[in-house]
Design a binder for this molecule. Structure first.
Ligand code: ZN
Length: 316
């Protein structure tokens, strides 16, 4: 019996020690858990940031080349133009545009966006070889080669149009003032080279783009007030889509598209990575010419091909 109090004390000490160990374990578990949570929060936050950035890049990529938007919407665009362009139907309709008879009036306007690029010279050589005039909606570049390309486009008799100096949607479409500044900068640059003010505009993303936070009508109004005519497109080659079309596919995209219209404005791109466009171009021209189409550059007589018709925005 004399051992009992000592045994009891020892037992109590052991229990205390066990409780203390348990307490420490619990505290350390909580601390560790909090630490891990904190690390997880930081990692998730960083991942979120990086994913957001990548998403923005993808978005920029998709929208920086106007054709992408176009391709997605091309079927809608084609349909929406059914009533506006002079569609081929079962009935032969006799109509005239500037005295050109119906038979001769199958017109194709090849347009190249986003240049000048390392492909511009080749594109111009091909156009020259086939005696074809086209339209280049250019962006602002300051290097010597690009200056030569602007000049050659103009000297070769093609139409030099404005596609915006920066081609940055976020800045050009942030306000009419910003758009005006950007377009004036490009026009001044081209004026220095050609001595001519541009007459035609292609809105980056087209007049129907859903990227601009400001209503496109405001930019259309400004452009019209300045005397610019804007052109969208009703045929896309697909050279700016994320789908990498083969040369043959680019050709058939254009040819099939052109077959649906009597007057086609074809969207293509003059960009360094678009070498397939350069490869496809001779065959596109050969086939269209063989089928009796006339290839022209956009001028004052060109029938408007606009996704958002200027008439719905500006009432004279
Ligand atoms: Zn573009």
């Amino acid at each position: 019996m004399s051992d009992n109090p000592i045994m009891g004390m020892k037992e109590q000490q052991r229990r205390r020690a066990r409780i203390n160990r348990l307490k420490k374990t619990i505290i350390w578990t909580i601390v560790l858990w909090m630490l891990l949570s904190l690390i997880a929060i930081v990692i998730l936050g960083l991942t979120c940031f990086s994913l957001n950035k990548r998403l923005n890049n993808i978005y920029d990529f998709l929208t920086s080349a106007s054709g992408n938007v176009a391709k997605v919407e091309s079927s809608i665009i084609d349909e929406s133009f059914e009533g506006e362009t002079l569609e081929e139907g079962d009935v032969t309709i006799e109509y005239n545009i500037d005295g050109v008879s119906a038979d001769e009036k199958k017109l194709v306007y090849l347009t190249f966006d986003d240049g000048p690029s390392s492909n511009t010279d080749d594109i111009l050589d091909i156009l020259d070889k086939y005696g074809v005039r086209a339209t280049f909606f250019v962006v602002g570049k300051t290097d010597e080669f690009s200056q030569e390309m602007y000049e050659r486009i103009y000297e070769d008799g093609h139409t030099l149009g404005l596609h915006s100096y920066s081609h940055k949607y976020s800045s050009i479409y942030s306000s009419v003032e910003s758009f005006e500044k950007d377009m004036n900068k490009l026009d001044s640059q081209l004026y220095e080279i050609t001595g001519q003010h541009a007459k035609f505009i292609r809105f980056p993303g087209g007049s129907s783009n859903s990227v601009s936070s400001v209503d496109m009508k405001e930019f259309i109004e400004w452009s019209t007030e300045q005397g610019y005519v804007y052109f969208d497109w009703n045929v896309v080659s697909g050279d700016a889509t994320s789908v990498h079309y083969t040369v043959d596919e680019l050709i058939s995209n254009v040819i099939d598209g052109v077959h649906k219209h009597d007057i086609s404005v074809v969207l293509m791109h003059d960009a360094t990575n678009k070498t397939s466009t350069v490869e496809a171009l001779p065959k596109i021209i050969e086939q269209l010419q063989a089928e009796g189409y006339t290839l022209l550059s956009i001028d004052e007589n060109t029938q408007y091909i606009q996704h958002v018709s200027v008439d719905t925005v500006v009432n004279d």
